[in-house]
Design a protein around this ligand. Structure first.
Ligand code: F6R
Length: 242
């Protein structure tokens, strides 16, 4: 595991954007695994700048997002579809058909949605680089702490802490959907390279329990210690309990 402790959020974002950009420069048809949330916003902003400078081309890039709320229409302002449009897709030359987010309406069969999503990743040749944030409870994607974790893309009930943490994006906590589709730990571990980002004091506990040498399904991010090529980029505050 390559652990980088950096001074602040902007340094973390810069390293993350350069890692993604470096991959896209060396492999035109790169397959990216992407995360949403506050953490990667700076990375996306920097990537858009790098794109505008003419240094990267998204024409052949494919992307797979880690997760999405169930029952939230792609047009909903808090959907991860809108997040991705706002922070990346609307600003670069990526082909909409090359972007995949696991969408499941309340009428869809989640098992079918999940199987199709996994299949699409396989057909794309697997993920070259997976970008991850980390939840305050150590979740990655929406793989919540539990006695057992699922390997592939699946339907999940969100933990109370996650609903609480994500309610900052909604008007009230009751508006936060209780279910989501997420890639499983196996889908994430299957990426050829993983970069996990963490910033701020509220992530310090999760960072400590994830990267201090023990592995537990009660801290899903800790499983990443078993990945052969994982880079963890944390700022000083997030690293303060290491
Ligand atoms: C989002 C995701 C989540 C977030 C995590 C941290 O696609 O998969 O695991 O990475 O909840 O969220 P922020 O960055 O908002 O603190």
């Amino acid at each position: 595991m390559d652990l980088k402790i950096v001074d602040n959020y902007s340094e973390m974002s810069e390293i993350a954007a350069n890692t993604v950009a470096g991959l896209v420069q060396s492999k035109q048809a790169a397959v990216l695994g992407l995360a949403t949330g506050s953490t990667p916003e700076g990375m996306y902003a920097r990537l858009v700048e790098i794109y505008r400078e003419g240094a990267i081309d998204f024409n052949s890039v494919k992307t797979f997002n880690l997760d999405e709320y169930v029952g939230l229409a792609p047009e909903h302002p808090q959907s991860y579809h809108q997040y991705m449009n706002k922070h990346l897709f609307d600003h670069v030359n990526i082909k909409p058909n090359n972007t995949s987010i696991p969408y499941c309406s309340s009428n869809d069969d989640p098992a079918v949605v999940c199987a199709e999503f996994e299949n699409k990743i396989k057909q794309a040749g697997g993920i070259d680089l997976q970008v991850l944030g980390i939840g305050v409870n150590g979740h990655v994607g929406f793989n919540e702490p539990a006695s057992h974790l699922r390997t592939t893309t699946h339907l999940v009930e969100l933990a109370e802490e996650t609903i609480e943490a994500n309610s900052r994006f909604f008007n009230t906590v009751d508006e936060v959907p209780g279910k989501a589709i997420t890639m499983g730990m196996g889908s994430i571990m299957g990426a050829r390279k993983v970069i996990l980002l963490a910033s701020g004091k509220n992530k310090a506990k999760a960072v400590r329990s994830s990267f201090s040498g023990l592995i537990s399904t009660e801290t899903p991010a800790s499983l990443l210690q078993l990945h052969r090529e994982v880079m963890v980029v944390v700022d000083r505050e997030a690293a303060s309990l290491l």
